[in-house]
Design a binder for this molecule. Structure first.
Ligand code: 4AD
Ligand code: MG
Length: 430
């Protein structure tokens, strides 16, 4: 019976064949232990000299890392391995012998591993991280589909910028200039006026000259947008969504979190509601923590976010930022027009901002004023203003950065390990 490693629990006591690669190997005089992987999981194959032909025993003993094969044997329980099963091997059909695989089980430097990202993805750690990423995506679709949201795909090539013009990737669009999308938000607002509750999931691009453990040039964002939802209601959706995602990973990625040695007790407490503090309170908190020269009106950097997060066990919303340091579309607080109805969600344990969101300006007059202030003209922005002229309603939305969320939940230091092929300031290959 041909099967995969993830399916072997169903075949306990039976003979199966698996297509696999050799991840690692140990052998003594009479027995070879093959660490096998097939993409769905990892299992140990035991090759005993007495149970197989001499040819097969020699093949197993001398097999090189990443050689590919069909391997057959009996599935038995193995209480010592986290996976719980092993294979007592009967026979092996070698597909290809891999010679001089560059990534050996010894330690390698990060640059070397990044240069070999196309191979590095095969390692148990990278495999676990990508499975966590996949579970976050799966849980995202489940959460929004269950609540009647419609998935809408905004364009990647665009003429309008949502988050300011300094970080745009320019490209030629026949005779016109275009950009790679920094955010689908403006289009998602149009979609919310057509479908009520919508979400997007797609790549976004920022030509940021930042070389930090939280910044990618190309990253993936989940952007929900909701008509008739105000700032406070949006925060409730965000905390429920993030809680759902964390609990889904805890439930469905036990092996992966174990491989990553993630302290899951820190994730178990992540349940709505999350604390909220105003920007004003955040400034005071920072001053108390020794950031004496931070002034009202300044944006927070990574050290500030980390210091704020340290005061909370759960993610924390920082709300009501000064309008001047936020995007043009954010709705001013009616009680205090200098600040806007927005929030950044800061993850615990120093992983930084995972969500940016706000209530949007719905008043056409005010939006026109913002257009003047920000010099937004031409067809790229005309359509967005029209959304305020034809049945404008209160609406809110937010963007969750997938890679930072993976980094936090998986407990990975740097976002470069949370996306299959990271685009970084100095890296376009592989
Ligand atoms: O805070 P940002 O810039 O918000 C927006 O783009 C809004 N238009 C979203 C919306 O309201 N629909 O980005 C949202 C999130 C951040 O909180 C962060 O998690 C992530 O995107 N992010 C990055 N992740 C990796 N690398 C970068 N360079 C990132 N820039 C933002
Ligand atoms: Mg932000």
């Amino acid at each position: 019976m041909k099967t995969t490693i993830s399916q072997v629990p169903a075949y306990e006591g039976q003979e199966v064949t698996i297509g696999a690669w050799l991840a690692n190997k140990r052998s003594s005089g009479k027995i070879a232990f093959l660490q096998l992987r097939d993409g769905t999981g990892f299992i140990q194959g035991i090759v005993a000299k007495n149970d197989v032909t001499e040819d097969i025993f020699q093949l197993a003993k001398n097999m090189t890392q990443e050689s590919s094969m069909y391997i057959s044997g009996k599935i038995v329980e193995d209480t010592r391995s986290p996976f719980g099963y092993e294979m007592q091997v009967n026979t092996i059909e070698l597909i290809q012998e891999a010679v001089d695989y560059p990534i050996t089980p010894k330690e390698h430097g990060t640059e070397f591993l990044m240069d070999h990202r196309h191979l590095w993805l095969r390692s148990s750690r990278q495999h676990a991280i990508m499975k966590v990423r996949n579970e976050i995506i799966r849980a995202t679709y489940q959460f929004y589909n269950d609540q009647g949201y419609v998935k809408i795909d905004p364009p990647i090539l665009t003429g309008s910028s949502a988050e300011g013009t300094t970080e745009l990737f320019h490209t030629q669009y026949f005779d016109e200039e275009a950009y790679l999308s920094q955010s689908g938000q403006l289009y998602m607002e149009a979609a919310a006026m057509a479908f009520g509750k919508v979400f997007s999931f797609g790549p976004t691009f920022r030509a940021e000259k930042s070389k930090t453990r939280r910044h990618l040039i190309e990253f993936w964002m989940i952007e929900p947008e909701m008509a008739f939802i105000n700032h406070e209601e949006s925060l409730e959706i965000q905390e429920q969504y993030v809680s759902f995602v964390v609990q889904s990973v805890l439930e469905n990625c036990k092996l992966e979190l174990n491989t990553l040695e993630r302290d899951t007790s820190k994730l178990e407490t992540i349940k709505a509601p999350f604390p909220r503090i105003s920007y004003d309170d955040a400034i005071n908190l920072l001053k108390d923590k020794g950031f004496t020269d931070i002034e009202w009106g300044e944006d927070f950097g990574a050290p500030h976010e980390t210091a704020i997060a340290e005061s909370f066990e759960k993610p924390v919303f920082i709300t009501h930022y000064p309008a001047d340091i936020k995007a043009f579309y954010m709705k001013p607080d009616p009680e205090r027009p200098g600040v806007v109805l927005c929030a950044d969600l800061i993850a615990p344990e120093g992983y930084g901002e995972v969500i940016g969101g706000s209530q949007r300006i719905d008043d056409p007059k005010l939006m026109e004023k913002r257009y003047d202030e920000h010099n937004l003209t031409g067809p790229a922005y005309k359509w967005y203003l029209e959304l305020r002229h034809y049945g404008s309603v209160p609406h809110s939305g937010f963007g969750l950065g997938l890679e930072r969320t993976v980094a936090w939940i998986a407990g990975v230091d740097h976002v470069r390990e949370t996306i299959p092929f990271p685009r970084l300031l100095n890296r376009l290959y592989p």
